[in-house]
Design a protein. Structure first.
Length: 130
């Protein structure tokens, strides 16, 4: 199976714009967690650091993939865990944890949430290939 984190055909201008926002949300959330003394909390289900191909990591395929960014924003805004895919170990994404901290403190406006509610999560890549 192809490693979708290296599939540059998935990168789009819209995905890059959303990815820039995801990186900003993660940075703001990290500052918020640090200020609260929560940035170094260890838990087996959470990743401590963003992986190299995190949806919040600038200049990565997931950071520029519109589909990934829509799934990421929906999960962060709604509080549904976004699981790391690299490695696919079931732990919750560190970028998501940071972005979620910011979105809890500063929720998106109702108009944005209405749009997010309309987005259905993408099927796993394995299902798309079938």
């Amino acid at each position: 199976m192809q490693d979708t984190t290296k599939d540059h055909s998935r990168v789009s201008p819209q995905g890059k714009a959303m990815g820039k926002n995801a990186a900003r949300l993660a940075a703001l959330g990290l500052q918020r967690l640090q200020a609260a003394g929560l940035a170094d909390v260890q838990a087996p289900m959470l990743r401590a650091e963003m992986c190299k191909t995190c949806a919040c990591q600038p200049n990565t395929v997931p950071n520029g993939c519109l589909q990934t960014q829509l799934d990421f924003l929906k999960s962060a805004a709604e509080g549904l865990p976004f699981r790391c895919h690299a490695p696919n170990d079931g732990r919750i994404c560190a970028g998501w944890t940071r972005a979620r901290a910011e979105l809890v403190a500063n929720p998106l406006p109702p108009e944005a949430m209405e749009l997010i509610d309309k987005w259905d999560y993408s099927p796993p890549d394995e299902e798309q290939a079938a």
